[in-house]
Design a binder for this molecule. Structure first.
Ligand code: S3P
Length: 177
């Protein structure tokens, strides 16, 4: 049944490796909406991987591509779950777009758990550098993520629990999910 926020988007934000894609797919399947991973759309549009975009064009170019992609996805007519790149929510302009077009959910996990997966994560994430740099970025980004409307902490491998938490919070906000 369609809710009052039929066309709204559900934006999953949070640090690299917290599971925005994993939980986003689960959430979309559960509520019968489409799922989009922003980084995948950027890669398709640019014809290059995120790592290649950073290497060849630099981070500033990537952030502009990210901004445009978010604006496109956010303005689509249908309800969708959108997994945002970890840096997208650090932009004030992007935060305004997300707040206008839907609801934002911060997915959180402790630094140590993310760092424990660094080898796997670094394969596709150019900003997964030294521990001190990633730790600094993790701390810095939390100031932005805190501005999300909802917040869910994922326990170790507790995906079903995290999904139920998200559904519960969305219902409290009037989403018929
Ligand atoms: C980034 C996070 C990545 C990707 C890019 C930059 C960031 O997305 O957009 O490597 O600045 O935190 P994920 O959060 O999906 O890993």
């Amino acid at each position: 049944m369609a809710g009052p926020l039929l066309g709204s988007k559900i934006f999953l934000v949070g640090f690299m490796g917290v599971g925005k894609t994993t939980l986003g797919r689960m959430l979309a399947a559960r509520i019968g909406s489409s799922f989009v991973d922003m980084d995948d759309v950027i890669e398709d549009q640019e014809g290059a991987s995120i790592t290649e975009i950073f290497d060849r064009r630099g981070e500033t170019y990537f952030r502009e591509a990210e901004r445009k992609t978010l604006a496109q996805l956010a303005s689509g007519p249908d309800r969708a779950v959108i997994a945002c790149g970890g840096g997208a929510f650090a932009s004030a302009e992007n935060r305004v777009v997300m707040d206008r077009e839907g609801i934002t959910i911060w997915l959180d996990q402790p630094f140590e758990r993310i760092w424990g997966r660094r080898v796997e994560l670094a394969a596709q994430r150019p900003l997964m550098r030294s521990e001190s740099e990633v730790r600094r970025l993790y701390a810095e980004r939390r100031f932005f993520y805190r501005e999300a409307a909802l917040e869910v902490t994922v326990g170790e491998d507790q995906w079903e629990k995290a999904l139920e938490d998200v559904i519960g919070l969305l219902r409290q906000r009037g989403y018929e999910v």
